[in-house]
Design a protein around this ligand. Structure first.
Ligand code: A3P
Length: 309
């Protein structure tokens, strides 16, 4: 199957065009197995994102909110103070790429997992009525490009920003094209908001607490009045804040779990954590070109990146 698919080399990864998306080559066989064999549980929550759009933060927030009964967010011994968020929420795509799906079967319910696959490549058993809930986080693609470049050049120091920018613009980037990825989740989130929650990184930055409440409610665990009064929402926000997470010893050193073919140090997931860093990397012409592509692709969909929701 993989050998028969169109192929392209992009910076550090071999990509294959599979069902309209450029996937890292080593994900394709695992994606097929995921599509055929994965059985969601009704209380599963799949956290989905395009790479570099806030996956790590979403994993931390969802984990902290979902597990707050067992692990009070203000507790000094909270797992997120000694584990990287990627070690708290397993990465479906790499688990299936490695033939390790038994690890998912072994997880207790309710399970939290994440994927970079587009909605259209998720198993029918996930997306059909009776499937499980999905949370998506997106981000201004201009900031995504900047974040991606900084991430990739850890593995390939001579990678130019322009090369990364161009591959995002022509769609040949892992899990790309980014606009099709975003729309693949946007449409079901509009049609079935009870099944797909669509979040924006910029909204999370603007009002983290409001989005933590949305997330908890969507996952079926709304904060109670007593928890609100005890300051639990604020405790989740603080526990998962960029400065807090970046400052933890566990996130400063050691190997992360970005994947066996793209091993990254844990600190690679905590760079700057802001919106608008694109202005420090792109010429106005580059920004206008990417904005123009995105505007054209999203036209008429009700989604845009120019403003928060
Ligand atoms: P920058 O490179 O722009 O700083 P992902 O987790 O999908 O790989 O995305 C990584 C981006 O999210 C990086 O963006 C990273 O700094 C940012 N990030 C990670 N943890 C964060 C947090 N707790 N709060 C805000 N941003 C965070």
């Amino acid at each position: 199957l993989v050998a028969a698919l169109p192929r392209r080399q992009q910076s550090i990864l071999e990509l294959r065009l599979y069902q309209g998306f450029w996937l890292p080559e080593h994900w394709v066989p695992g994606t097929v197995v995921f599509q055929r064999r994965f059985s969601p549980r009704p209380d599963d929550v799949v956290l989905a994102s395009y790479p570099k759009c806030g996956t790590t933060w979403l994993k931390a927030l969802a984990f902290a909110a979902a597990a707050r009964g067992a692990y009070p967010p203000a507790a000094p011994g909270h797992p997120l103070r000694r584990l990287n968020p990627h070690d708290c929420v397993p990465f479906i795509d790499e688990i299936f790429a490695g033939g390790e799906e038994a690890k998912l079967d072994a997880l207790p319910s309710p399970r939290l997992m994440n994927t970079h696959l587009p909605y259209t490549l998720l198993p029918d058993r996930v997306t059909n009525a009776g499937g499980c809930r999905v949370v998506y986080v997106c981000r201004d693609p201009k900031d995504m490009v900047v974040s991606l470049w900084h991430f990739l050049r850890r593995a390939k120091p001579d990678l130019s920003f322009v090369e990364t920018f161009e591959s995002v613009c022509d769609g040949t980037v892992a899990a790309g094209p980014v606009w099709d990825h975003v729309l693949s989740y946007w449409r079901p989130s509009v049609a079935r908001p009870d099944r797909v929650l669509f979040l924006k990184y910029e909204d999370l930055l603007r009002d983290t607490a409001a989005n933590v409440r949305r997330l908890a409610e969507f996952m079926g665990r709304p904060f109670t009045a007593a928890e609100e009064a005890a300051g639990d929402v604020a405790a989740v926000v603080e526990l998962c804040s960029f400065d807090e997470m970046k400052g933890l010893d566990v996130n400063k050193a050691g190997s992360g779990t970005a994947g066996r073919y793209c091993a990254m140090q844990r600190d690679a997931f905590f760079r700057k954590g802001v919106a608008g860093d694109w202005a420090n990397h792109m010429t106005p012409e580059m920004a206008a070109r990417l904005d123009g592509i995105i505007r054209e692709k999203l036209q008429g969909t009700g989604l845009d990146f120019a403003q928060g929701s």
